[in-house]
Ligand binder design. Structure first.
Ligand code: BGC
Length: 734
């Protein structure tokens, strides 16, 4: 097995959606789904643009898919050679995680097609493909190379007022419906053969069609370059797209590929977790890190990452708590500039969070549960559609999942602790933490002068139990948020005037006085035999097995939560909740308590979210349950290779890549197996290496210094990365 590559043989139409995710190539600016070049809409081709949203009629707002600039169709003697329709003799798709390239080889009998494509990590607006055909029969070939507008949309259409250009450079430009944002794609093709060229332009896009007679044994190659720009990039999108594809065509495919590979190499140098002893694990880790690294917004300094990355429009392209709790850890330890961008997005969207709090009658910052551009709340009050009645179901994620604000404050504080960079706090981060703490003060369910303060009517990470009181995770993150707010005074002790001014400018004086008392009064959850009760009254719910609850489903797509859901009245939970708390704040639990909670909650957890297994794995490491940790690690790390994640919530499609699991794989390896943490500015390791691995090693950057962590069964070490070890551990020659 090659640790860096994954391939699928054979064309299975049932796997089109899954393969589109597995073979996704992305570069933070856009994500090109892993469909074959000739795919039509039924195969879900898409070039999903980061941060460009649109609403069509009264449907959900979602990210916009650009016209597909690497669309190629081939026919011989009038017969389309289409992997989806022509039943090829052989078909292989392969992804090379190291170089971020997708290859395809399809044997149609009369012709063999080979291609290699990428979304450039060096020039984020560029897509490129090298497409080669080797003929084994004589005939009349027609090769259409163009820009397809026949792309997948869940709640579209989103592009209107198309205009097309033909010639050496093809282009499509359009505007989005809601905000009239221009979107432009231009394409240039370079062939090593001649032919008769004509153009086709219709509602399916614009194509140049090259016709010629071919002979058996002849090999023809076309290199295709597409530039993609939108009105949000500044400048003139169409001009820029044209210029980019023309320059790329001049430089040539190999040079573009070289720059792309060099950019990926630099990313791997800074982030690769390498393991010995188990090739499957090594590959799964590479897959996870590839998928997470490929969607980092390196082109911007205040962008975040949607829950399904750039694999399509699922989950409305919105940013959830997934970012701070699951994506952020890998970035803050390996590429702090990316972590900074994720947090700056939250700083810049504070006005939206203040507005949302005010909308519900609270003070401070209540962040969007599903955050779109500008912090706009994408979550509706009816976020699930019932499979029986086909009616939207009232859900409470938007208004009751208040832990989101504390999650953001947690990450802001962690950023400061790990990087030592106070600038982000000065530039708005401190204000965000204060406003989140203020939100919780005003959201408390009883007067602050009571002996204990409750937080009622909330939803914790386990979304199946709605509107509960004193959810352990929520109360824990609120406590942490208040502590972080109070810690700011110490962080800025050398700038007391600046800090006093901040408190004054934000009118925080009164809240400041309440904070330390309030934090001590937050209701601590009830415990039974060391097990923390997930929320008030949880232990009184029906205690039945997961199988019993599953057996009550009348439809496999049925939603388990809410008023009528099968899990709501039972102790069966969707995902890690108390265990997530234990994973984040291990010092608040003894090892015995973690073990007791694990043993209680794990059998009651559906793991119905890809966010769950990672938290269980982290806590399993801590308590020495290494066999369980290993199984959960492999499940987490393999998710975008094997597929199998949930694809439906009620009638809503939720498939795509799983960046939270991708980040979770890094977390298990680094924070679990190596036991990495930062304590008072010092790196600390508490290794728990499973027997399946003989060695684990990874680079990290902390407080401005690069380090290499190595763990074996003999012990663990962290040493400063000098030039030699940098070259030795992460860069390998192909
Ligand atoms: C999970 C949430 C998560 C969201 C996006 C839901 O299924 O329950 O915790 O934020 O998916 O990944």
């Amino acid at each position: 097995m090659n640790e860096w590559k994954f391939s699928v043989n054979g064309y299975d139409p049932a796997c089109t959606a899954l393969d589109g995710n597995r073979f996704l190539c992305a570069n933070g600016y856009m994500g090109l789904r892993g469909t074959v070049e000739e795919a039509d809409k039924g195969q879900f081709p898409a070039v999903t643009l980061a941060g460009v949203y649109d609403r069509f009629e009264d449907k959900w707002r979602e990210p916009v898919n650009a016209p597909h600039g690497l669309s190629i169709r081939l026919s011989l003697d009038g017969q389309p050679l289409d992997a989806g329709r022509a039943a090829p003799l052989k078909h292989t798709m392969e992804i090379d995680y190291r170089t971020g390239t997708i290859s395809r080889e399809t044997d149609f009998g009369a012709a063999l097609v080979r291609s290699r494509r990428f979304a450039s990590m060096a020039f984020c607006h560029l897509l490129a493909d090298r497409y080669e055909v080797l003929f084994s029969a004589d005939g009349e070939m027609a090769l259409s190379v163009g820009i397809s507008t026949d792309v997948w949309d869940i709640n579209g259409p989103h592009l209107f007022d198309y205009s097309f250009e033909r010639g050496d450079t093809l282009s499509v430009s359009a505007v989005t419906g809601e905000k009239r944002i221009p979107v432009a794609v231009a394409q240039r093709a370079v062939t090593d053969f001649e032919g008769e060229v004509s153009f086709v332009q219709d509602e399916g896009g614009v194509f140049r069609v090259i016709r010629r007679a071919v002979r058996a044994g002849e090999r023809l190659t076309v290199c295709v370059f597409a530039g993609v720009y939108t009105g949000l990039d500044g400048g003139r999108p169409l001009e820029n797209a044209r210029q980019l594809c023309q320059s790329a065509a001049q430089i040539g495919y190999e040079a573009c590929l070289y720059a792309h590979r060099a950019a990926w190499e630099a990313i791997w140098q800074r982030s690769e977790v390498s393991v010995s002893g188990n090739e499957e694990a090594a590959r799964a880790l590479h897959a996870s890190q590839y998928h997470l690294n490929s969607i980092a917004p390196r082109h911007a300094d205040n962008m975040s990452i949607p829950a399904r990355g750039l694999s399509g429009q699922t989950y409305k392209g919105a940013v959830f708590w997934d970012t701070e709790m699951f994506f952020f850890p890998m970035f803050v330890y390996t590429q702090p500039e990316v972590a900074r961008s994720l947090l700056r997005y939250r700083i810049d969207t504070l006005p939206g969070a203040l507005e949302k709090a005010a909308e519900y009658g609270y003070r401070g910052a209540f962040y969007a549960w599903e955050s779109q551009e500008g912090g706009r709340e994408g979550c509706t009050n009816f976020n699930v559609v019932d499979v029986f009645t086909h009616r939207p179901v009232r859900t409470y994620f938007r208004d009751k999942q208040i832990h989101i604000s504390g999650d953001i404050a947690y990450a802001l504080y962690a950023y400061w602790e790990i990087t030592g960079d106070r600038f982000l706090l000065e530039e708005g981060g401190a204000r965000v933490i204060l406003e989140c703490a203020r939100f919780y003060l005003s959201r408390a369910s009883c007067r602050l002068d009571r002996e204990e303060i409750d937080f009622a009517d909330v939803i914790g990470p386990d979304e199946y139990h709605e509107r509960v009181t004193n959810n352990a995770y929520t109360n824990g993150i609120i406590l942490n948020c208040m502590e972080n707010a109070l810690a700011l005074e110490d962080i800025f002790k050398d700038r007391p005037e600046w800090f006093t001014r901040l408190i004054k400018e934000t009118h925080f004086e009164k809240d400041w006085l309440l904070l330390s008392e309030a934090k001590n009064k937050i209701r601590r959850p009830r415990k039974r035999n060391g097990v923390t009760e997930q929320f008030d009254g949880y232990f009184d719910l029906e205690d039945c097995s997961l199988d019993t609850v599953r057996g009550r489903l009348r439809d496999p797509r049925e939603y388990w939560g809410g008023d009528h859901g099968v899990a709501g009245c039972t102790q069966v939970i969707k995902q890690a909740d108390v265990i997530a708390l234990a994973a984040l704040f291990p010092d608040s639990f003894t090892d015995g308590e973690i073990a007791a909670n694990w043993d209680y909650y794990e059998p009651r957890t559906e793991h119905g979210s890809s966010l769950s297994a990672c938290m269980y794995a982290l806590t399993a490491c801590r308590t020495g349950k290494l066999d369980q940790a290993w199984e959960l690690f492999m499940r987490t790390a393999s998710i975008d290779i094997l597929g199998g994640g949930k694809e439906w919530a009620g009638e809503i499609y939720i498939g795509g890549t799983h960046p939270a699991s991708n980040g979770g794989a890094w977390m298990i390896a680094a924070l679990g197996f190596a036991g990495l943490s930062m304590k008072n500015g010092e790196i600390s390791l508490d290794p728990h290496l499973p027997k399946q691995l003989s060695r684990l090693s990874f680079p990290l950057t902390a407080r401005g210094t690069r380090w290499i962590v190595t763990v074996t069964h003999e012990g663990a070490s962290v040493r400063q990365a000098d030039e030699r070890c940098r070259a030795g551990s992460a860069i390998r020659e192909e």
